[in-house]
Design a protein around this ligand. Sequence first.
Ligand code: ADP
Length: 542
Amino acid sequence: MRGLMMDTPLLITSIMRHAQRNFADRELVSVTSDNPRHRYTYGECFQRAAQLANALARLNLKPGDRVGTLAWNDYRHLEIYYAAACSGLICHTINPRLFEEQLVYIINHAEDRVLLTDPLFIPLLEKLVDRIKGVEQFVVLSGQQELADCELPNVVTYEEFIRGEPEQFAWPDLDENTAAGLCYTSGTTGNPKGVLFSHRSSVLHAYAICLPDVMCLSARDAMLPVVPMFHVNAWGLPYACPMIGAKIVFPGAKMADGPTLHALFEEEAVTISAGVPTVWLVLLEHLRANDAVLTHLQRVVVGGAACPKSIMEEFQNRHSVWVHHAWGMTEMSPVGTYNTLKPGMEVFTDEERWQVRAKQGRGMYGVEMKITDDDDNELPWDGKAFGALKVRGPWVCSDYYRLEGESDAHDADGWFETGDVATIDAEGFMQITDRTKDVIKSGGEWISSIELENTAVGHPAIHEAAVIGVAHPKWLERPLLVAVKKPDAEVTKEEILEFMTGKVAKWWLPDDVLFVDELPHTATGKLNKRGLRQQLVDYRFE
Ligand code: ADP
C-alpha cells in the first residue's frame, strides 16, 4: 500500500521561495572586486536571481544547458546558483586555480554556453578564448567601468546584462531529479571528472548538514564560507543557509587574507565558518601577530584534508572556538562524516578527547559507510582494521558526467569507492589512514602514509612532509619520507627518525628521509603525491 502523502518534489526553487517568504530581510554581506563591503538581503538576492533568469532566457538556452562560473564567493555568484538551477539550467562552477589545459578541457567537456567570470580572470580567459569556442556569451561580474580593455568577444557586464529585466520569473515545475549543478574533481589521476548534482540531492544534503550533530545551523547564525563556491558548492552552504535563514558573509577573493577575514569575523559577528586547513593557518598567524582574539565566532568546520591538532588547539585555547573535523568529497556533495562528540565523552580526559576529535567523524544520516579488504570482505568497526572506504546514499554520485568508458568507481552493489583507506571505531567514528593509491604495502602489510606524515610534522623543525612508497628488493615497497624544513630550522635525518621512534610501529619507520625546498601541490592545495612519485622516479634506497 502506498502512503497517502504529497509527492512534493525536492527542488532548490523551494529553498529560494522559503527564504523569500521567511527571511526576506536577512542580510548577505560580500567583498567583491567593485565593493569592499556590499550588503543586501535575501529578498533582493532572489529578485535579482529572477532578473538573471530572464536575461539568460533571452539567450535561447535549452533546459539542461550549462552555465559556467569562474567566480569567488560573493552575492552575484549566489544569484547565478539560483537563477541557473531554478530555471532548469545547470550551474557549472569552475575552479580558476586549475591549470590552463584543465580549464580548457573542463569548459569544452561541459559544453558551457555562457561563462560568468570575475574581472580578475579576464586576462586568463583572454588567453584561452581561442580554445573554448563553444562559449557564446561572456558576462563579467562587475559594473560597466571595469570592461575598458577587455578583449573577450560577446562580453557584457553582469549589471548591464540583468538591467531592466523583470524581478519575477516563471520558475518551471521541475522533476526533483533534474540536474542542478556540475563540479569537476581536480583530477589528481587522469582528466577531471564531472559530478552532476540534482535538485533532490542538493536539498537533502542541505537538510543533513543543518542537523544539530552536524553543523547545527540556525537562523541565529552568521556563516562565513571560506571554502570556495567552486569547491563542491562551498560544501552545500549556499543551499543550507537560505534554507534556515542564516546570514551569509562572503569573503570574495580575500579568502586567504588574514586582515580581511579578521575584520569580517568581528564586524559582521560571524558565528560559524568553514574551510580547508591552510586558510586557518593564515588567519591564526595574523591574529597571533596582532594579539587579537575572535569574539563572536563559536565553531569552525575543517575538511578537505586532515586538520592538524595544532589548529584545533589554538582555536580552542586562544579564541574559545570549537573546531569540527569533517570529511567528504566532490562525489558526495561533499559532506559524509562530521565530528561531534557523543554522550559519555564529556568525561573523557583531554588526551582521550583529542584522539576522538582527530578522527574525521561519524557518518551522518543519509550516508552509509563500510570498509573492506582486498577481497571485498567487510572489515569490523573496531578502530584498528583499515580498508577501502565505500559509501552510498542519496547525495553520493551514481556515475560521472559524460564519462568516456566505464566508471570503475562503483562496485556491483552500487557502493561508491571513495579511494580512501580508513578505520571505523565501535562508536562509528571514521578515520582516514590513506588514499588507496598512496598506501604503502610493505611485505604485504599496509602502512599508513598519512600517519607517518602527521608524526613527522609534529617535529618542530618540519614545515611539511610527504611519505611515498618506493620499490624495495625484499619488502617490495618501503616508505620514503620527503620533508620541507621550516625557514632557518636545522635538523638531520637521524634526528627525525629518532623523533618518530616510539610514535609509530617500528617497522613503519621510513627507510630514508630526503629534505627538499618544496613539495608539489594540486590546484586545490593538496599534496600531489603522484607528482612527487614522478619527481622521484629514479630514486633507489641504498
Ligand atoms: P579533489 O581532491 O579532487 O579536490 P575532493 O575535494 O572531493 O577532491 O577531495 C576528496 C578527498 O579529500 C577525500 O577523498 C579525502 O582523501 C580528502 N579529504 C577530505 N576531507 C578530509 C579530511 N577531513 N581528512 C583527510 N582527508 C580528507
